[in-house]
Design a protein around this ligand. Structure first.
Ligand SMILES: Nc1ncnc2c1ncn2[C@@H]1O[C@H](COP(=O)(O)OP(=O)(O)OP(=O)(O)O)[C@@H](O)[C@H]1O
Length: 148
């Protein structure tokens, strides 16, 4: 795997989307790395990623595959960055924070609270007596402007 891991995540349709558009989706899953999008003429286009998180995937799946390796590297002084990218309503905030940044439901909490827990859990179990300084920053780029 390269130094950059690129995944795609599908979110479930909202009740409004189901009401307005029905619950047909144009995605056909091939496997955990590949899916096909069918256009209105039923022509299929195949896309592959390091991992595809389908709509039934949960926050822990995303954390374990994508984020935990970065957390582990960080404890070994290797910088890491996690970027969520997509149109409005795609699910960036949900993946990063969870349904609410103060989410206390273990299953629903997003990447950010898991990173903080994971980072300190890794430091706690590290065998040697290394002294750690932890710095973490978050930025939002909106309309190609920022960081905010
Ligand atoms: N994997 C998911 N499972 C369940 N609900 C989800 C999931 N991803 C997103 N949602 C829901 O979809 C809605 C839109 O998601 P979210 O606010 O995260 O989008 P966003 O990409 O951050 O949008 P914006 O760019 O407008 O801030 C929210 O109500 C969120 O709770």
């Amino acid at each position: 795997m390269s130094n950059v891991t690129v995944c795609v995540r599908f979110r479930p349709l909202s009740s409004k989307e189901k009401r307005d558009l029905g619950d047909n989706i144009c995605i056909q899953s091939m496997d955990s790395e590949t899916f096909i999008i069918k256009d209105e003429k039923e022509e299929g286009f195949t896309f592959s990623f390091d991992k595809v998180f389908y709509e039934e995937s949960n926050q822990a799946d995303v954390y374990e595959f994508l984020v935990l390796p970065i957390v582990r590297d960080t404890v070994n002084s290797i910088n890491g960055t996690i970027i969520t990218y997509g149109q409005t309503g795609a699910g960036k905030t949900y993946s990063m924070e969870g349904p609410n940044i103060l989410e206390s439901d273990e299953k629903k909490k997003g990447i950010l609270p898991r990173v903080v827990d994971g980072l300190f859990a890794c430091i706690k179990t590290s065998a040697d007596s290394t002294k750690y300084t932890v710095k973490l920053s978050m930025v939002e780029i909106y309309m190609e402007k920022g960081p905010f």
